[in-house]
Design a protein around this ligand. Structure first.
Ligand SMILES: N[C@@H](CCC[C@H](N)C(=O)O)C(=O)O
Length: 271
């Protein structure tokens, strides 16, 4: 099983993307493969693995794995990378639909620097409630934008103990058994927000999170009157734009090809 792959980055969230329309990678092997390939220093290294598979109804179907091999229902930054990959490789045209576990995703290639994705409708929005962490009450909001997110307003995100607090919330009983991603945001002006994310399945901070950016935009709009389109400044420095049209939410931003390669057996066949 030697595969060509693309290493891509969606605003700093990095992925290994493989054309699996010939089904050469069986689903039963994909989680283990993700865990091996995503390991930094020992292999290619990435926040997630995306397998582009064939679909009867849509342009393609994807299988998405976090770096620890867990399956995620949706990934906003990965969706932009998958769309650009499919377009470049003749799997889809500029406008496309693809299947995810969260539902059908529509994507549009705007240009080489920008892909726009129609997100799944937000679910279970709950704003400004308190949870107990280390005998203290913390005010949070939560919304599922394809995957679950907790959102916390901060005066200074750089100073937040993201890993420590993020991990406690990610494994908090309230969000069990699925767990949650955790985002801190800071308002910069009336349409710009800076954010940091602790990602479930990576179990650490990533440089950007697309579904998290949408969750932050929805929360900042509902709780702080931040106007759409909301500009989200990510930890990588890249900006993501969240648009709202009627009741639809769109995520727009870069989907960068870092390099293309061929996987050597040693990239995945190690202990
Ligand atoms: N980085 C992603 C979200 C990927 C899934 C997440 N780690 C989870 O398991 O919930 C994004 O850009 O949305």
């Amino acid at each position: 099983m030697i595969s060509e792959f693309y290493k891509m980055s969606g605003g700093g969230n990095d992925f290994i993307v493989i054309d699996n329309t010939d089904n050469s990678i069986p689903e039963s092997k994909a989680s283990g493969l993700a865990e091996k390939l995503c390991k930094r220093q020992l292999s290619v290294g990435a926040d997630g693995l995306i397998l582009i598979c064939s679909s009867k109804e849509d342009d393609f179907k994807w299988l998405f794995y976090n770096s620890d091999g867990s399956v995620a229902e949706m990934c906003g930054n990965g969706a932009r990378c998958a769309a650009r990959f499919a377009y470049i490789n003749g799997i889809a045209g500029r406008s496309m639909t693809f299947e995810t576990l969260a539902g059908k995703i529509k994507a549009e290639i705007i240009d080489d620097n920008s892909v726009k994705v129609l997100m799944t409708p937000p679910l279970d929005a709950n704003f400004n409630y308190s949870i107990e962490i280390d005998n203290k009450w913390l005010e949070v909001s939560s919304v599922n934008t394809g995957v679950p997110h907790v959102i916390i307003k901060s005066e200074n995100i750089a100073d937040e103990p993201l890993i420590e607090t993020g991990r406690k919330i990610r494994f908090h009983d309230k969000y069990s058994p699925a767990g949650t991603n955790v985002n801190f945001y800071e308002i910069t002006d009336d349409s710009t927000v800076a954010m940091r994310t602790y990602e479930r399945g990576v179990e650490g901070e990533t440089l950007a999170c697309g579904t998290g950016a949408v969750a932050v935009a929805i929360t900042a709009n509902a709780c702080e009157n931040i106007n759409f389109p909301v500009k989200i400044k990510t930890r990588s420095g890249a900006t993501l734009t969240i648009h709202k049209q009627d009741n639809n939410f769109f995520l727009e931003g870069e989907a960068r090809i870092i390099y293309q390669g061929v996987l050597n057996k040693e990239a995945y066949d190690y202990e």
